[in-house]
Design a protein around this ligand. Structure first.
Ligand SMILES: *Cc1c(COP(=O)(O)O)cnc(C)c1O
Length: 392
């Protein structure tokens, strides 16, 4: 059955191209893990995970075991990294689906070890996360030793990687990143001194990759016979992160990325009805918009329950017939109204673009983010589950 006209189009070919471009930026210093957590940043895991695997990734990154099981169902051969860690009772699913898990707590290793021992002969690949300054997840470097002892010869746990997260790779002077990488260097030395030989040095997001950190991370990994793994998310979906304005000499990779990366997602709806209103008519809840002259208004089949930020009422515009049309009045749960007075012949059924291109005009997730005081990651991830994702 055709659905209410509010949908997302995903260009899987663009996703593959973005991945290939980013892999070239990383090569030969580092390999990439494609971040597909949170339903591939709202783009749809089932469409996106196979596409990035087609683009050449060997690794997918998700938040949870349940997301990993969903990724495994569509990508049977990929390595799937659970970056948010395992929770009590999830170890058996980790073993059954051959997942790799980020861990930094003894109880997480207990869960994984217990599950591996219960499935006789099973082994679990672990990426140990180290907190190099973000104070979010990871073991402080000074408390690493007891965790490293869990990977002895008689343990079913295998230390496949050592991971950290760079939290300020978009800041201009790079001092925080340099300090984090210095700590990571010390951590890799301790791991080697403990007689362990993990394969992967797993560090850095889109901002780190596009700031040109692959070479530094790759060199650090190579000192210990390891391979570097970087983890881009946002850039895969076609947006280069915005950097600190003080980043005045943008790195060459970033300048090139702004030209080469293309948005994967378009978000569209249609005009439901068009009405003429006289001067003085009020629009929407609480009449926050009052027509100053006779106007023509179009009702759209999209609202905040679909992910259109309610704060955008009276302060943002969408595209109809390739032109910007202002949102007037409050955005409702399921509907919104735009002013089409200036545009001839708008009819029910006409396409409306919330994110994407129409004619020569374009609206981006970054535009939405600026207008609603957030970041593009949040704009993408809150496009609601009732909005179908369609491959184009
Ligand atoms: C989400 C996430 C990423 C990807 O970040 P982007 O800024 O979207 O590239 C990388 N690493 C970890 C640990 C993450 O949680």
């Amino acid at each position: 059955m055709p659905t209410r006209p509010c949908w997302v189009e995903i260009c899987t070919r663009t996703l593959e191209d973005n991945f290939r471009f980013l892999a070239e930026v990383a090569a030969p210093h580092a390999e990439l893990l494609a971040i597909v957590k949170a339903n591939a940043y709202g783009h749809g895991l089932v469409l996106c995970a196979p596409a990035v695997v087609g683009g050449g990734t060997r690794w997918l990154g998700v938040t949870s075991v349940e997301e990993a099981v969903a990724a495994r169902a569509v990508c049977p051969d990929a390595r799937v990294l659970v970056i948010g860690g395992v929770f009590p009772g999830q170890g058996a699913a980790v073993v059954r689906h051959g997942l790799t898990v980020v861990a930094w707590e003894q109880w997480q290793l207990d869960e994984l070890e217990g599950a591996a021992r219960a499935a006789v002969g099973a082994r679990v690949q672990v990426h140990l996360e180290v907190d190099t300054g973000m104070s979010r997840q990871g073991v402080p470097p000074g408390e690493l030793a007891p965790l490293l002892r869990r990977f002895g010869a008689d343990s079913p746990l295998e230390l496949d990687g050592v991971m950290t997260h760079l939290f300020a790779a978009d800041e201009a002077n790079g001092l925080i990143t340099a300090e984090q990488l210095a700590q990571m260097r010390g951590v890799l030395a301790s791991v080697a001194a403990a007689g362990l030989k993990p394969a992967w040095c797993n560090v850095g997001n889109s901002a780190a990759l596009l700031a040109g950190q692959a070479q530094t991370i790759g060199a650090m990994a190579a000192e210990h016979g390891m391979k570097a793994l970087l983890r881009p998310g946002l850039a895969l979906y076609g947006l280069a992160p915005e950097y600190d304005p003080a980043f005045d000499a943008e790195p060459a990779t970033l300048v090139e990325a702004r030209m080469k990366l293309r948005p994967v997602l378009s978000w569209k709806s249609r005009v439901v009805s068009v009405r003429e209103v006289p001067a003085g008519a009020v629009v929407g809840y609480n009449g926050t918009f009052v027509a100053t002259e006779p106007m023509r208004l179009a009702l759209l089949a999209v609202g905040y329950a679909d992910g259109l930020d309610r704060r955008l009422g009276n302060r943002f515009s969408l595209l109809v017939h390739g032109q910007r049309v202002p949102l007037v009045g409050r955005v409702s749960m399921d509907q919104a109204v735009v002013d089409v007075t200036e545009i001839a012949d708008v009819l029910p059924g006409d396409e409306v673009v919330l994110i994407g291109a129409q004619g020569d005009a374009r609206v981006t997730a970054a535009d939405h983010a600026r207008a609603s005081g957030t970041i593009p990651w949040e704009i993408f991830t809150r496009i609601g589950p009732r909005v179908p994702r369609i491959a184009v």
